[in-house]
Design a protein around this ligand. Structure first.
Ligand code: ZN
Length: 150
């Protein structure tokens, strides 16, 4: 193990223990459940938006450290983003974990590099991607509501 692994492990643990984003958002909010039966991860992701801008994000549920840490990083990263920026971030995370791409994350999302090591463990990739796949579904809803509101 090298220093990078230690640092990444610490970042994952910090995000796992953080409770700042672990809450339900009052309506009107978008919500979507994400389940990963192979591990037992079961989360509920909440978003609030103003048009196509994400104004708040949070989650509830149970999951392993990778799943919860990844969901917490997601919430921190996407607050204030436009739907298109959040979609791009989803693609970068997927690229890092499933296509071995070198990640380039925007300011405020650098913690995500810490889950890169998960790519070596196929079983855990689903844990890390659960919240991102759930977000992907919610972004479609945010966008269609923003368009119908025009
Ligand atoms: Zn898991």
């Amino acid at each position: 193990m090298n220093l990078g692994d230690d640092l990444y492990r610490e970042i994952i643990l910090d995000n796992y223990k953080s409770t700042r984003n672990r809450r339900a958002l009052e309506s009107p909010a978008f919500r979507q459940e994400g389940v990963n039966p192979s591990c037992g991860d079961d989360i509920e992701l909440y978003l609030k938006s103003d048009g196509e801008q994400i104004t708040d994000a949070s989650f509830e549920g149970v999951g392993c450290s990778i799943c919860i840490a990844s969901a917490n990083m997601l919430c921190n990263a996407i607050k204030g983003m436009e739907v298109t920026q959040a979609e791009e971030l989803v693609e970068r995370v997927k690229g890092m974990l499933t296509r071995n791409e070198t990640p380039e994350f925007p300011d405020g999302a650098e913690d995500l590099e810490a889950i890169q090591g998960v790519a070596k463990y196929p079983v855990r990739i689903k844990c890390a991607l659960l919240s991102w796949n759930t977000l992907h579904q919610l972004l479609d809803e945010v966008r269609s509501q923003a368009r119908s509101g025009d």
